[in-house]
Design a protein around this ligand. Structure first.
Ligand code: 6PG
Length: 252
């Protein structure tokens, strides 16, 4: 693994997804132990997409993770029923949650059966406020968030050019993505993402090389992934050689 820093951002370049997954498992276990020691539970928010599937499968094989004290939240969701392939919660359930001994009360999906994506976002926001016992205006502090990055620079379901990027108080919003991204979405907002204790980006494949250069080297602030800068600790990008191929320079 090669470590590089570009300003605040840390990039770890691995040989392949297998090495990335091993690293994520180790960080997951460390952060879970730290969080449980500190406040008796561990909260983690997971993204959709293809990249994290192997990590979920590898997590499911770990024998000693504290699932009884782990709460799995959603970073985002597509406004489609659970039985559709595009549903993120379905992917996370099939690759991870069905295979571990996690109590149902510790699983926090974004319910997509409401009339509109906006209603779903409101419901998820209310659920987060209740779960984290938030006073009005308080932003939850999630222990670990796993994010992906789209070739257009989106992360979570925060897409370039959408009003979601300028949300400063809501915890979750509905997002109508650009045509190419298909269905309406529900997403955590930057206030929540940037209040996390740890944020790990996962990106593999040469199709992500260009956008990673834009975000990490050129700090193209118009790209949502470049707007992820948690107050508690800088984002760590876990990439394979192909995705990191254009990240020249940087401090080792
Ligand atoms: C989603 C994700 C999204 C994803 C990126 C990367 O709902 O699709 O939350 O932000 O992380 O689009 O997707 P891949 O991992 O499939 O490249």
């Amino acid at each position: 693994m090669i470590k590089k820093t570009f300003g605040e951002r840390v990039v770890l370049i691995f040989r392949d997804m297998g090495e990335i997954s091993t690293f994520v498992l180790q960080k997951w276990a460390e952060i879970a132990e730290w969080a449980i020691n500190r406040k008796k539970d561990f909260t983690v928010a997971l993204s959709g997409g293809r990249t994290p599937v192997q990590v979920h499968r590898d997590l499911a094989l770990q024998k000693n993770l504290p699932w009884g004290k782990t709460h799995v939240l959603m970073v985002d969701e597509r406004f489609v029923p659970y039985d559709r392939d595009e549903n993120n919660f379905r992917m996370i359930s099939e690759s991870l949650l069905r295979h571990v001994d996690i109590p149902a009360r510790n699983i926090h999906p974004i319910i997509t059966s409401d009339q509109s994506a906006s209603d779903c976002a409101d419901k998820y926001e209310n659920h987060l406020a209740s779960f984290f016992k938030l006073s009005p205006g308080i932003i939850p502090n999630i222990d670990l968030i796993l994010l992906g990055i789209g070739e257009d620079g989106h992360t979570a379901s925060l897409f370039p050019g959408t009003a979601s990027l300028s949300e400063t108080s809501r915890l979750a919003v509905a997002v109508i993505p650009p045509d190419t991204a298909g269905t309406e979405r529900i997403s955590l907002t930057f206030p929540v993402i940037n209040n996390a204790s740890n944020v790990l980006f996962l990106a593999t494949g040469e199709s992500k090389a260009g956008v990673l250069r834009e975000v990490i080297m050129k700090e193209n602030g118009s790209l949502p992934a470049a707007m992820v800068m948690p107050h508690n600790s800088p984002p760590v990008f876990l990439v394979d050689n192909d995705a990191g191929a254009l990240l020249t320079g940087g401090k080792r």
